[in-house]
Design a protein around this ligand. Structure first.
Ligand code: ADP
Ligand code: ADP
Ligand code: MG
Length: 647
């Protein structure tokens, strides 16, 4: 019996596992990197132990250190979550050798499915349909090109060791083949240390439909139906749902059986997912699906399956790990309603979905739906880990009601700080093709412009931000005896007369200015025709010491006071140390560890002698050891942060 469980992971999945373990009365042990010292998963566990510095190779991938901690803490079992060590057969073996249960399949099953080429060979033998193509050992470029020709263009060139959508390139015609092969190999070598490739027919109108399987140590294998994960960007899932739109009982049964066959073929135990690529042209058919790969772990999107089947898959995992029988048999499992999951990422959809880092100044989720997250207000999205902020999981009677609920939930979500994909998810959930259920994996790419469109932020929202910023400055100034602010706003409300004044501010990084009218306690923002702009009826304001965020419908506007460049006083040493130019109080910090900056970017501002002094980056690089904190008094010459020159 598992009485204590170490969770060898972080973020939302660590919290997710801890939650179930606690309800089962299991003692929970967390591990953390320096970046996660105060993370939710650490707070939620009964005990927590440090792994090392932030980079994954120094922390969450340190198998030896994790095993040592587990042994010292006397745990019975280790849950690896997803990513990191979850599909590492050597780690699973080491757990067993150390006398602990690895909550996952037997190492041999992980190995059998670990490489896509070997897995396809096993699947073909077991009678599971695989994508046509070449998955043999011969690797010279000419030979692979001939195989691509025989397979028929378009083809997908795929790293056998690939994962997370990396190491794959599509080639539409022979002339593209060499360059695509090169690129795929290069990416695979750097990401997985293995550049062996396979060639697959590129399925037209591809839909990604996967089957959740479960097996116990008594020979029972069941499937918990399908999930449709066709909404992808960069071959990575964004919205997942269950059941799949347009799925018939007949096709579902066929795919479910094939997935169970796949699990049996490798002696599987525990939770696993068999991913199929489905030819969506002309609907789902019993002979139109092909095995793609098996993920030998709990999947990010497992909650949609839990929602429609009323199960707790982590509980199932722990039961199987305890040597118990599966809680339900195939004929006891049923689909109830429809569930949709949206992954909230700290990223910029308008800039190629580039991850966005920084402090989460404010985080608020809807309270009537399931939200799986590992962060809260004040936490940091660092460049070290996956930038997923949370998963919103909605469940309702049918698909339409579920998507409506997702939209309402997204509208209620407020995240200030890093850029997020909330507005993008809202657009997506309104997209007519998505709504119709006839989409394939190309939907996002094909509609990128309309989904990410230029952030057409209402000038009324900006007006609201300006007013909030001015009020903030007024409050700051009125708390002082003598005043010298770049804005001199104190004059504005000193007498009862309406007064007009030009106001300078910064939106994101753009300097702007507008006329304001101060009329008693009221502030009006004027447009270029001198007409007052009314703020919108409903919006959220997040006020931080350095700036204000105005949020509405998943859009975020960041406004900061304009700081005159005459006050700029940067002082950087050759070793990258940036010092505080004078004794004073830090009034704003614009960067955090890991941020990339260009020469001249604002780093922090110090207030002294009634003046704000902006400290800017003396050269480009990456912020390290950022010690300045808003509100802190610092000595003249103290090191505020360091900038590591970018290579
Ligand atoms: P899924 O199909 O469930 O999205 P992926 O194979 O793409 O599965 O990855 C699962 C999750 O694990 C993703 O969220 C990914 O970001 C994360 N992940 C994958 N590999 C690693 C890794 N080496 N380190 C950290 N996280 C990882
Ligand atoms: P990973 O291990 O990176 O998850 P997969 O083999 O699961 O790699 O493929 C990831 C995604 O790439 C799929 O979800 C699908 O969108 C696309 N894809 C993979 N194989 C094919 C194919 N043969 N034809 C069309 N699209 C494919
Ligand atoms: Mg996959």
């Amino acid at each position: 019996m598992i009485k204590s469980l170490l969770v060898a992971n972080r973020g939302e999945i660590a919290c997710r596992v801890i939650k179930t373990a606690r309800t089962m009365g299991i003692r929970t042990i967390a591990v953390y990197s320096d970046a996660d010292k105060n993370a939710l998963h650490v707070k939620q566990a009964d005990e927590a132990y440090r792994l090392g510095p932030a980079p994954v190779s120094d922390s969450y991938l340190r198998a030896g250190r994790i095993l040592k901690i587990a042994t010292d803490a006397g745990v019975d079992a280790i849950h690896p979550g997803y990513g990191f060590l979850s599909e590492n057969a050597d780690f699973a073996e080491l757990c067993a050798e150390a006398g602990m249960i690895f909550v996952g399949p037997p190492p041999a099953a992980i190995r059998a499915m670990g490489l896509k080429d070997k897995a396809k060979i096993i699947m073909s033998k077991a009678g599971v349909p695989v994508v046509p193509g070449y998955h043999g050992d011969k690797q010279d470029a000419e030979f692979l090109k001939r195989k691509a020709y025989e397979t028929g263009y378009p083809v997908l060139i795929k790293a056998v060791a690939g994962g997370g959508g990396k190491g794959m390139r599509r080639a539409d015609k022979a002339i593209e083949f060499d360059a695509s092969l090169e690129a795929a190999k290069r990416e695979a070598l750097s990401s997985f240390g293995n550049d062996k490739m396979l060639i697959e027919k590129y399925v037209t109108a591809p839909r990604h439909i996967e089957i959740q399987v479960f097996a116990d140590s008594h020979g029972n294998v069941v499937h918990l139906f399908e999930r449709d994960c066709s909404l992808q960007r960069r071959h990575q899932k964004v919205i997942e749902e269950a059941p799949a739109p347009g799925m018939s009982d007949e096709v579902r049964q066929k795919m479910g059986e094939a997935a169970c066959d796949a699990a049996r073929a490798v002696g599987y135990q525990g939770a696993g997912t068999v991913e199929f690529i489905v030819d969506g042209e002309g609907g789902l058919t019993t002979d139109g699906f092909y095995f793609m790969e098996m993920n030998t772990r709990l999947q990010v999107e497992h909650p949609v399956t839990e929602a429609i089947t009323g199960t707790d898959l982590v509980e199932w995992q722990l039961c199987v790990a305890n040597g118990e029988k599966l809680p339900l048999a195939q004929d006891e499992l049923q689909i109830n309603g429809h569930a949709v999951e949206a992954r909230l990422y700290a990223e910029d959809p308008g800039a190629g979905f580039l991850p966005s880092t920084g402090r989460l100044e404010y985080v608020e989720f809807p309270d009537n739906v399931r939200v799986d997250t590992g962060v809260e207000t004040g936490d940091e999205i660092t460049p070290f880990y996956d930038p997923m902020i949370a998963k919103l999981i909605v469940h309702d009677e049918n698909r339409e009601a579920a998507i409506d609920k997702l939209q309402r939930s997204l509208l209620k979500t407020v995240i200030a700080g890093p850029k997020t994909n909330i507005a993008f998810l809202l657009e997506l959930s309104e997209n007519a093709i998505f709504r119709s259920g006839t989409f394939d994996t190309a939907l996002i790419d094909d509609n990128l412009e309309s989904l990410t469109g230029p952030e057409d932020i209402d000038s009324r929202l900006e007006a609201a931000g300006i007013v909030a910023l001015v009020r903030k400055e007024q409050a700051r100034i009125s708390s002082k005896v003598t005043v010298s602010s770049p804005w001199s706003l104190n004059d504005a409300f000193s007498n009862g007369q309406a007064r007009r004044q030009q106001f300078k501010y910064v939106v994101d990084t753009e300097e702007r200015s507008c006329p304001l009218i101060f009329d008693g306690a009221d502030i009006h923002v004027l447009d270029s025709d001198n007409t007052p702009i009314d703020p919108p009826p409903e919006y959220n304001v997040v006020d931080t010491p350095a700036r204000v965020y105005i949020l509405k419908n998943g859009r975020q506007l960041k406004l900061e006071p304009y700081i005159a460049s005459a006050n700029v006083a940067g002082s950087g040493d050759s070793d990258g140390k940036v010092r505080v130019p004078m004794h004073g109080r830090i009034v704003s910090v614009s960067v955090a560890d890991g941020d990339a900056v260009d020469a001249g970017d604002l780093l922090f501002a110090v207030e002294a002698m009634k003046m704000e002094h902006a400290v800017v980056a003396p050269h480009a690089g990456i912020i390290a050891e950022c010690v300045v904190v808003i509100g802190q008094q610092m000595e003249d010459g103290a090191v505020g942060l360091r900038i590591e020159a970018a290579e």
